[in-house]
Design a protein around this ligand. Sequence first.
Ligand code: PLP
Length: 437
Amino acid sequence: AASAGPGAATEELLALDRQHVWHPYGPMPGTADPLVVESAAGVRLRLAEPAHGQRELIDGMSSWWSAVHGYRHPVLDEAVRDQLGRMSHVMFGGLTHEPAVRLAARLAEVTPGDLEHVFLSDSGSVAVEVAVKMCLQHWRSLGRPEKRRLLTWRGGYHGDTWQPMSVCDPKGGMHHLWSGALPVQVFAEAPPAGFAAEPDPAYVAHLHEQIGRHAHELAAVVVEPVVQGAGGMRFHSPGYVRALREACDAHDVLLVLDEIATGFGRTGELFAADHAGVVPDVMCVGKALTGGYLSMAATLCTPRVAEGIARGSVPVLAHGPTFMGNPLASAVAGASLDLLLSQDWRTRVQQVSDGLRTGLAEAAELPGVREVSVLGAIGVLRLDHEVDVAAASRAAVRAGVWLRPFRDMVYAMPPYITGDEDVARIAAAMCAAAREG
Ligand code: PLP
């Protein structure tokens, strides 16, 4: 059956998909046939019909960093069902509700330092938009409207809406499409790679100098701490995050840490900022916030930022999306956070990390593999060429694993619940993908 191609029902669905449905970064009409997922449970995606002999795939992607507890977790299913019995949504203007309030208080408690004011939005990109708005409004309110540019590292990724795109790597992805239209930000070189490497003093001095030089026009520095994710999967020393904090303090610039990918344990600390012991002025979380169940993100800020905004002629934060604080998402986010913290999550992430390290130990010897890196529950094979995405994905599927290689990388960030044998299969599939891609 596997070699006979899709059955009639799947073929009809795919024809409709090609005609009507945009996929991420996809053409219209569609050209590639996505795999049809029928259901998912634990760490396995069940396909509508076999692909390359496999009906079930181990999810090596946690649905883009989000499904840290896997799929159909009984506690999270119950949280959604329970909230559904009360209300699935209600507007947040003039109304409030327990799931959102408890979630905000809990986030304030578990995030670093005095990040205690929480704006609940519906996606990571919007959380970054809100972060930028908070910073610009803070300075405007203090009579410094000229402080409206952002400084960021090359090689970053912060989302696909306008302000976030302006701080994505201008060379990477598709954002060069918008050059000339986007706000022009200040780009610093990406920090030297290597989580365990000592910070390079010359680079740190350069960072200080660049922030100092632009401070008069900078509202904020916006970066991903410790792991630059979708912009290139690079790890750097927490020392560079400390260096940014110091430079921002010295030059009166706000520091925004985008923890949308790194938050909730992925790098081995609850937040990547915890590796550095740094408290940003603003922090964004998303993705794993709801355990991947529903779309929700949050922007947290310190009293300093909020007080600045409150002093303005418009003393309110000028933002308020329809689905702000959605009760279903809030409820499942609260349950996901409790579930994470009620377990020995560090050991689990460490076990995934160890499994990836062991499974990828020999990958460095594969032809075309330039670099192997593992941090927390993230494993990356960097190749010496652009990966052939179709061939690499096919090799992974044949090995029973869902991966999504891109640019010169084959990488995985499995759910934390992935057992040792499945982690070994993910690592083997990464090697197969690197070999064939
Ligand atoms: N920031 C980071 C670090 C991300 O990795 C992403 C998504 O990959 C985003 C922001 C954007 O989040 P979303 O896709 O939910 O808009």
